[in-house]
Design a protein around this ligand. Sequence first.
Ligand code: PLP
Length: 441
Amino acid sequence: MRNSGTVCGAAGDAGAPATRTQSGQMSQTAGHAAPEMQPHSMRAISPDYPRPKIPTAPVLSLATFLRDKHRPAPSILNHAGARFVTSGRMAIGLALQQMKIGPGDKVLLPAYNCSSMVEPVISIGATPVFYKIRPDTSVDLDDIEAHLDGNAKALLVTHYFGFPQTLSVVRRLCDQRGVMLVEDCAHSFFGGSDTSPVGAYGDYAIASSMKFFPIFDGGCLVSTRHDIGKIPLRSAGFGFEAKAVLNTLEKGFEYGRLKAVELLLYLPMALKNLAWRKIKNTAPTKYKAFGPGASDGGFSFEPSWLDKKSSLCSRVLIALASKSRIAAKRRANYMRLQEALADLPDCRPLFAQLPEEVVPYVFPLVARDPARVFPLLKNAGVPVIRFGEFLWDGVDETLCPVSVDLSRRVMQFPCHQELKPAELDWMIGQIRHIFLMKGVA
Ligand SMILES: Cc1ncc(COP(=O)(O)O)c(C=O)c1O
């Protein structure tokens, strides 16, 4: 199986499409407002890389349920009443809907983005306006302030790679200017302190559960300030529920997990594959409609999934998975990567330290020459990804040079809880080998 070079939703299917298109149209606005965009513009085509040799995102194994001695990690679920949807972008869509944002309104988004953060804004008919971020990924408050005119109704702030922004000052600014704050915890399901877990500052906070749990689909919306209990959500139907279970198991099997279960299910799975292939060939649209594109590594926003609940399988797995193990393993794997790559030339960790309250999404490494190193890593089967590899059309050097630089140079390596020690060792070996190769700067 081959895969594309970029993943926005970490659950990205190994066979995800290699091209990315942005849909919808933006109105032309001045200054740093949303740049003009060609409708359905073709994005750069990623080369066809081999399937990663180790899992990019968590895959189900028996270890998922192991209890451990670590204390429970704070998470977005510490806020009562979380609503479970099928992806982070759907949670953004619901937040925008709850804020009654629509045509004529502006939504401020970070210039360092992936299109699944922008598409919900376009879909609702509002105008995205991009603000600058700094080299350490913190928001440029002056630039945000400069964009707060009467039409700016909401501001989305992202905790990149699991490292929280300082939001008290952003919150104050939003209160002063009557702007709603959406806390984007897509990379930080866990983290914060006992008194203030991630998601506490936003009017609404969203997460992308797929990035932290071994599940097919998943996003969630929470709010400490507004009642979200009445948002109507319904099941996406039997086909979706079945696909969620089967896909979750298959991802585990694909990477050598759950061997006994695989053996037991060999015959039913073979029959299922036969039936699936038949549906795929005779009714490809129906086959696709069983699951949201977000679960297959797509970037687009499908409004038909806005009122759909996350699958029962995903919700049960989130409830049963050991959260303290997830936090502890991710931190330990991150530290292992940091130590093992510390002496490599031509690269540095994006963050100098791993603060105690951080549960990392990935290990971000800044490469001096990504154009040479990235394809070598991909071709070796290393599950490296680049957040914002394709920034939204028009987000360029003039708008935010830092975002352009980070989108090119930051290589993300997995540090998730389901990596086996041997897999982590293999990945470290590959990274070291490639960065130390003669002629590769
Ligand atoms: C920072 C950020 N926000 C939001 C999203 C949307 O999450 P999802 O892919 O679950 O829709 C992503 C997806 O990768 C993301 O990276």
